[in-house]
Design a protein around this ligand. Structure first.
Ligand code: ZN
Length: 326
């Protein structure tokens, strides 16, 4: 099979990207393709090297936090492995949705009809909208905070505004020195396209400071192969702050006039020329600075699209979008 873009060898033609920093990689996966490890005491995390889930193994049953379909049936294997070793029941009694997205909740239906599902009220609304049988709607919902107590363990769920999605919540384990907060910081890696496919730019940019306002040592970020630290969140914040500063400077220094003159009657051609120039000028120093620091920083389209989103938010949310016509 051939395609005009990639030629006969297809995906084998990937460019020579910078090596993934060793610090970005996690533990080896087992032969079934997963790793399960202890976060602290009876809180465990599971990864397939790209996605992450977590569970509490209590004397009264297992509480599962997210069910990414890419881990899928390996969640059951990981739970069975740990509960057998700990001598506690392997029944999943509760499932908490971090947010409504299918890539983190699409294996929720694997855990039977007796599971109590918990999520933000907006998660329920969005799941009702989306009508995906793989993601049964949560029966227990909350709008601001919810305390979950199972088998002597306590988990504090909280919503502090929209960020990656309108319903993305903070999951704090005060007895396990851990915070779970999905799809904002990738442990050791840059965000993928458009601030990790986020809907609310300002909310996304402000979220790491909220995460850091909690007391914790271990951070379950939802992506890639290892747990994160407070330093990982700080490096992510620095990357985003550098993009913001660079975008602000590029907006102030790239002269739009030649692009609009070149566009002539085609106003959108002028817009494209101007905004592409601002984006490229803003992103270039950030890509250079973080290559070798955050994995995939040299996959330029990620930083370019994130820069574009932040640059647009600076114009549209923060303002001004441009000079006021006299
Ligand atoms: Zn998501």
């Amino acid at each position: 099979m051939t395609s005009p873009a990639s030629g006969a060898s297809g995906a084998a033609d990937l460019p020579d990207y910078a090596p993934v920093p060793r610090s970005a990689l996690g533990p080896a996966l087992n032969e079934q393709g997963y790793y399960v490890g202890r976060v602290q005491r009876n809180l465990y995390w599971v990864t397939d090297g790209v996605y992450q889930s977590a569970f509490l193994a209590t004397p009264d049953g297992v509480v599962l936090f997210d069910a990414p379909p890419s881990i899928g049936g390996n969640l059951r294997r990981a739970v069975d492995e740990i509960t057998a070793a700990d001598g506690v029941p392997n029944t999943v009694t509760h499932l908490v949705y971090s947010h409504h997205h299918a890539d983190h909740g699409g294996a929720a239906s694997l855990f039977g009809g007796d599971v109590t599902r918990i999520g933000h009220a907006e998660t329920r609304r969005l799941l009702l909208r989306d009508g995906d049988p793989a993601r049964p709607v949560p029966e227990i919902t909350f709008t601001d905070t919810y305390t979950l107590q199972v088998g002597g363990d306590r988990v504090e769920l909280a919503w502090h505004g929209s960020n990656h999605s309108p319903d993305n919540i903070y999951i704090h384990f005060p007895g396990h020195d851990t915070l779970m907060f999905i799809d904002v910081v990738n442990a050791g890696w840059v965000p993928i396209y458009n601030l990790n496919l986020s809907e609310d730019v300002i909310g996304y940019m402000d979220a790491p400071a909220i995460a850091l306002s909690y007391p914790w040592t271990h951070f379950i970020s939802g992506h890639l192969g290892r747990l994160a630290t407070r330093d990982d969140v700080a490096i992510h914040q620095a990357y985003i702050a550098d993009i913001e500063a660079s975008a602000r400077q590029a907006l102030a220094t790239v002269n739009p006039v030649p692009y609009y003159i070149a566009g002539g009657q085609n106003a959108w051609a002028g817009v494209k020329g101007h905004l592409d120039a601002v984006t490229e000028r803003a992103a270039a120093p950030v890509i250079a600075k973080y290559t070798g620091v955050l994995a995939a920083a040299d996959i330029e389209v990620f930083t370019l699209t994130t820069t574009f989103q932040i640059m647009q938010s600076l114009r549209l949310d923060r303002g001004p979008s441009g000079p006021v016509h006299p």
